[in-house]
Write a protein that binds this ligand. Structure first.
Ligand SMILES: [Zn+2]
Ligand SMILES: [Zn+2]
Length: 346
């Protein structure tokens, strides 16, 4: 059977931060300063996702840089606010618009900062119930999908959320496997286990690593704005092409390692990557694989995994998937999306 590319062999890959703040909400930089920061750091895509404001920054896009229209919307749990200084449980959802001029949003934006007002005036808010409940959250996600947005579930650790909060979610496009801004504030915001659990519940989700940038360094001095990203395999650096790649799942999340190629042929997964110390394959069930460097080498740049036996076993299992995790010598990892058996030629 023919070889297929699990990541399309496009001419250029694009480095994206899909969760970013500016001074339109509680960030410190103007949108233009955010763009300059990321462009200098080798990124080509930023989704600006200011709190509770959908904003179009297309005027900052150029031949080498693309701004995606977005916003981050929250619903707080009134039952769990330990004190007015420490906010409690909350859902934070990033919404990225399929069309740059789509300024719908689920709730009216708060008229807080003077700098934000021109942006707020352009939004088209609905007035959806802002209730901390799974049904209400799913209604918001469903409406956002209908209105043309990709919705990501953000930073469950920072949000103080657990299985009861996220196991019933529906209609999400992605979830944050790492939020480096949360890490830089002292949280263990490495969520591959949550990603795995959500996949095992049958959600078809993409992994997102993002910085949630508010400023270059956290209040503890840790630089985090460029330490977590998504690598997007799009045909072109154009709005439609990038959205299409995100929707198809032509991306992976990374804190360091880069994947040069990832293919499937006759039940074998082959990967080439920047130097790493291990590559894991996990599936929906107990089948796993682990590759480490050969002959006492410190690192490896390729591996092959034979999953043909797994394919035979799981051929009729709904929702059977595999996914890879690469870890470099510094402990930084990259996470592929889940590849479902149902989408593979077997
Ligand atoms: Zn957030
Ligand atoms: Zn945020």
């Amino acid at each position: 059977m023919a070889q297929i590319h699990l990541l399309p062999p496009v001419e250029h890959r694009f480095k994206a931060n899909l969760h970013t703040h500016s001074r339109i909400s509680d960030g410190v930089m103007t949108p233009a300063e955010v763009k300059a920061l990321y462009k200098n750091a080798g990124f080509q895509i930023v989704a600006m996702t200011d709190h509770n404001i959908m904003a179009d920054h297309s005027e900052l896009s150029d031949d080498d840089f693309l701004m995606l229209t977005g916003g981050e919307f929250n619903v707080n749990d009134p039952e769990f606010q330990p004190s007015k200084h420490k906010r409690g449980k909350t859902y934070h959802l990033c919404m990225i618009a399929r069309c740059p001029d789509n300024l719908w949003q689920p709730f009216p934006a708060p008229m807080k900062r003077e700098f934000a007002i021109p942006y707020i005036k352009k939004t088209r808010p609905e007035d959806m119930p802002r209730v901390y409940g799974i049904k209400e959250i799913n209604d918001i996600i469903a409406k956002a999908n209908e209105m043309g947005f990709l919705v990501t579930y953000n930073h469950p650790v920072w949000s103080l959320q657990d299985y009861s909060d996220w196991s019933g979610l529906k209609g999400l496009w992605g979830m944050e496997v790492c939020n480096s801004g949360s890490v830089a504030s002292g949280y263990t915001e490495h969520n591959a286990t949550v990603y795995q659990d959500m996949l095992r519940l049958g959600m078809h989700l993409m992994p997102v690593a993002a910085s949630d940038m508010h400023e270059e360094k956290s209040r503890y001095g840790m630089v985090y704005y460029n330490t977590a990203w998504c690598t997007v395999c799009a045909e072109k650096l154009e709005y439609d092409a990038v959205i299409a790649a995100l929707e198809k799942g032509d991306l992976y999340a990374s804190l360091g390692p880069e994947i040069e190629s990832l293919t499937w042929e006759d039940g074998k997964v082959r990967i080439r990557c920047t130097p790493v110390r291990s590559i894991q394959v996990e599936t929906h069930f107990r089948t796993t694989r682990l590759a480490i460097p050969k002959d006492d080498a410190a690192t490896m740049e390729e591996a092959e995994f034979d999953l043909s036996e797994w394919v035979e076993q799981e051929r009729d299992t709904p929702n059977a998937f595999f996914r890879l995790t690469l870890t470099d010598p510094d402990g930084n990892y990259a996470v592929t999306r889940a590849y479902w058996l149902s989408e593979l030629p077997v």
